[in-house]
Each structure stands twice: as C-alpha cells, then as structure tokens.
Design a protein around this ligand. Structure first.
Ligand SMILES: Nc1nc2c(ncn2[C@@H]2O[C@H](COP(=O)(O)OP(=O)(O)OP(=O)(O)O)[C@@H](O)[C@H]2O)c(=O)[nH]1
Ligand SMILES: [Zn+2]
Length: 350
C-alpha cells in the first residue's frame, strides 16, 4: 500500500481508489494518492482554512500513469472543526471537514468529569457537527445508568450511550449515526478507548493511531498516517490527532449551544447587562439559590466564557499585527506565510 505525507499537520490525500485514466472528478480527501495543487492556486491562497483538509471533497485530476493527483477546486464544507494554528498568525487549522457526528468518548472507569464534557460540547458544536456522548468500558462500571442520568442533566438533548467494545455492548445504539455516507470522528482523553472503538466498529484492527516521527536530510517532520476509514456500515470514520484532542476555539456558537439553559436564564434577568452578581431581579442567581442551576456548571460557564474572550482578544491582536506588517510591506503577503513547500506531498511505501 502506498502512503503519503506532507509537512503540514493535516494532509491532503485522496480517499478513492486509484484510477489510471481519470478526468476531473469529485473526490474525498483522506488516503492513498498524493495530490498536488497547481502553484498558482497555492500562491493565491492565504489562509490555512483555504487549503484542502482531511474530509474535504475536491475536484481532482489524476493524469494517466501519474501517481500524483492535481486538485483543481475545493468543494464548500458543510461543517468544519477548526482550531487556531500554532504561531502568532491569526489563522485557523481545519481539523476535520464535513463531519456529521463527533463521538465524545469518556471512560466509565476514569475520573468522571461533567465539566470536561461541557468543554467537548463547546468544541464539537462550534464546528457544526452533532455531538454524541459515548461512555466506554461499561463492563467495568456497576451503574452506568447513573452516569447517563448525570450527562443528560447537563445536556438533555445529547444522545448518551454506555458501550463496551470488550463485551460487544451498545453497537445497535450507534447504528443510526453510522449510516452509509455519514462521516464521524471521536474525541476524548488518552486511554478512554477511541482506537478500540474504531477497531470494534470496523470489525478488525486498523493501524489508525500511530503517528511516526522520522528524520531525514531535510529535517525532522511528522509522517502522517491514515486518517479516513470506511466502516462496514458505509460510514466514514475520520481519525486525526487534532480530532482526538479537541480544544476550545474563539467562536461563541458552541458555547452558547452548550449553555443554552443559562443563556435563557440570563435573558430573563431584569437588566439586560446583568452580571449575575448582586443585581436585583437576577434570574441566574435565583436559579442558583433555588438549586435549579448547579453552581459547578455555572462556574464552568463563566470560566469558559473568560477563556473564549481571551482567545478572541489574542486573535484580534494577532490580526492587527499581521495587518500592520502587511501595510509595512505595501500589502504584500508575508514571506514566511504559507510556503509552497509546506504543501509538498511526500510518498513512502509501506
Ligand atoms: N474493559 C474494557 N477496556 C477497554 C474497552 N475499550 C478499551 N479498553 C482498553 O482501554 C485501553 C485504552 O484503549 P485505547 O483504545 O488505546 O484508547 P485511546 O482512547 O485510543 O487512547 P489514545 O490512543 O492514547 O488516545 C486499552 O487497554 C483497551 O483495551 C472496553 O470496552 N472495556
Ligand atoms: Zn442576572
């Protein structure tokens, strides 16, 4: 089998099987062939999010006898899970495109932490994907239903399923999310059972998770690994390091969706700019003192609000800095921005 890699974090690769005489066609990015973008289209793109990412559909051409595909166009994304790219530039990195469902994976033998689940809910809902909570290792837990109840209390609409890959429990509950054509991903702490879950649903062990570090004469870089898997049900499983450890992003959508109950309370405070501190007619404080709102949930609401505000401020500052630098250069893009070579795709034989 042929694998390909490039220096950037996500790799633009084509999921479909190789076809010797293909004209321009719509394809899914993920695995096997190595696409290269025409140099002029590369140079005309600025933001990372404009580049193909795992899960994208592209119009591509695979010239006869050439193992390199050429991407001509990137199709619009239905959903995109993003995070801020490393470095000082205000830029987003697409962790996964066109994902329908993200399984938030929490193990029933680990520390149970509703606040962590809330953070995952924010991150997943920001990208437009549907969150589903999977409570793994149910075989190690005496009372999984207790945890299901607790999770439902913070997110009544959230589908929650206890499962055990080891004992083949809960498979049927996942079927509606794994219909043909659906794209799913899984996020959760290390060791909760994400790889085991993929292998269980795939019905076989897939070499999905080991990223290999390699050195070569041109420096050290990460060898990317397979990132899209077609499950026997016909669904596609997207597995990237970024997806496995989702982080908060500065958008507010996921935050508002995650804390919609508190947002609704805040909307009925007497004062529109209520800070929920000592104001008269504060519905939030009323709910807290009446026991309808868990103080720990409210504390997480405020904490994540502050975090997102800090991220947004950082973004604004970085944006101003970049604009200033661009103005100083007379509007030309930074030399150290998106280098063409960062899109180069390497190939290795397995
Ligand atoms: N008892 C039990 N153990 C499980 C189950 N699912 C996974 N495990 C075990 O949990 C451990 C971690 O599982 P992984 O699938 O590697 O976890 P992961 O989330 O992919 O971990 P990272 O790759 O570090 O992100 C392994 O020893 C699995 O055998 C389960 O349903 N029941
Ligand atoms: Zn208030």
């Amino acid at each position: 089998m042929r694998r390909c890699r490039r220096r950037a974090r996500s790799s633009p690769r084509l999921a479909s099987s190789r076809n010797s005489a293909i004209s321009t066609a719509s394809r899914r990015l993920g695995e096997t062939d190595s696409p290269r973008c025409p140099a002029n289209s590369l140079l005309s793109r600025r933001r990372r999010g404009d580049y193909p990412a795992v899960g994208d559909w592209v119009a591509a051409e695979l010239p006869d006898g050439d193992s390199h595909a050429v991407i001509h166009a990137l199709l619009p994304r239905r959903t995109s899970i993003v995070r801020r790219a490393a470095g000082s530039r205000p830029d987003e990195q697409i962790i996964g495109a066109n994902i329908d469902t993200v399984f938030i994976v929490v193990s029933l033998n680990e520390d149970w932490n509703l606040r962590r689940i809330e953070r995952y809910l924010i991150a997943v809902q920001d990208g437009g994907a549907r969150p589903v909570l999977l409570l793994t290792k149910a075989d190690l837990c005496e009372e999984p239903e207790r945890y299901v109840r607790e999770a439902r209390a913070i997110a009544p609409e959230l589908p929650v399923f206890p499962i055990s890959a080891l004992q083949d429990l809960g498979r049927d509950a996942l079927a509606p999310f794994l219909v043909p054509g659906a794209t799913v991903g899984a996020t959760g702490s290390s060791g909760v059972g994400k790889s085991t879950l993929l292998n269980w649903l795939a019905g076989e062990s897939r070499q999905a998770v080991q990223g290999i570090r390699e050195d070569d004469a041109r420096g050290r870089h990460t060898t990317t690994h397979r990132e899209l898997f077609v499950l026997p049900s016909g669904a596609v499983w997207l597995d990237t390091p970024g997806m496995r450890e989702l982080q908060l992003w500065e958008s507010e959508d996921g935050w508002q969706a995650t804390f919609s109950d508190i947002e609704a309370l805040a909307a009925s405070c007497r004062f529109r700019d209520c800070r929920h501190e000592a104001e008269q007619g504060c519905a939030v404080r009323e709910a807290l003192s009446g026991g309808e709102l868990d103080p720990a949930r409210y504390a997480n609401y405020r904490k994540t609000e502050r975090e997102l505000a800090r991220l947004a401020q950082k973004e604004r500052r970085a944006g101003k800095r970049v604009a200033k630098e661009a103005a100083a250069r007379g509007g030309k893009p930074a030399a150290g921005g998106m280098k063409q070579k960062s899109m180069r795709v390497h190939e290795v034989e397995d």
